[in-house]
Design a protein around this ligand. Structure first.
Ligand code: ASP
Length: 226
């Protein structure tokens, strides 16, 4: 799993390829308390244990079922639900690339942007990754400026195909528009418009003028005003 958190005073913490923790985002926020920005792989997992995060198996029945259906698609026996994701792998000898010891977990993604009563912002993202990914793959979620960015003008969190989000440096690009005075809703829509329709992407944006949620797929979201 990958996760990161960034605050408007430029504090940042991230973990990438962390394993067997319940809340990777809490480990990322612990990293934020250190002089480092990001820990990866075994080191990230060892850091989680050292700082009190116990062993936790994030696998669920739903994730197992999703994984089985996704793998069936690669083998040519799928129900079509993962056909778009599988397309990037089917022209490769994917079996020769597969580097898992056991079954790779598949989990969903959650992001959040926050503005507190003092006008400070924060952005977070946490993910189990994409439908198909090799062991060791890092997506956009733990990368500053890609999956998350926060500064005095606002906060941005992204979800969708990580590699495409990273290529567009999406969170920082949208943040820069906020800094130029572009309203949150317009900035979010412009961010989504950078992607072709086939690439799923979603954005959460909070700025001084308000907040916006934009995506090119149905994605669950909620707005809480406290
Ligand atoms: N962006 C995540 C990743 O590529 C996945 C997602 O948002 O669904 O790891």
């Amino acid at each position: 799993m990958d996760a990161s958190i960034m605050t408007s005073d430029a504090r940042f913490g991230a973990v990438a390829c962390v394993q067997r923790v319940k809340n990777p985002i809490l480990v990322a926020s612990k990293v934020m308390e250190t002089p480092h920005l990001m820990l990866v792989g075994d080191g990230a997992t060892a850091f989680a244990r050292a700082t009190g995060f116990g062993d936790y198996d994030p696998m669920t029945e739903k994730a197992k079922d999703k994984h089985a259906r996704a793998m069936a698609e690669l083998r040519g026996q799928g129900d079509g639900d993962f056909a778009t994701d599988a397309a990037a792998w089917l022209h490769l000898d994917w079996r020769a690339l597969w580097n898992f010891n056991g079954e790779p977990p598949i989990k969903d993604t959650v992001g959040a942007v926050v503005r507190d009563s003092h006008g400070r912002f924060a952005a977070t993202a946490s993910t189990g990754g994409t439908v198909y990914m090799l062991r060791g793959r890092v997506g956009d979620s733990p990368l500053m400026g890609c999956g998350v960015y926060a500064g005095p003008a606002g906060a941005v969190a992204a979800t969708g195909v990580g590699e495409e989000i990273v290529r567009r440096f999406l969170a920082k690009t949208v943040y820069d528009w906020l800094e130029e005075g572009i309203p949150a809703a317009r900035a979010a829509q412009r961010g989504i418009a950078k992607f072709p329709e086939i690439v799923d992407v979603g954005l959460l944006v909070a700025s001084r003028d308000g907040q916006a949620i934009a995506s090119n797929r149905n994605m669950a979201s909620a707005l809480l005003v406290g």
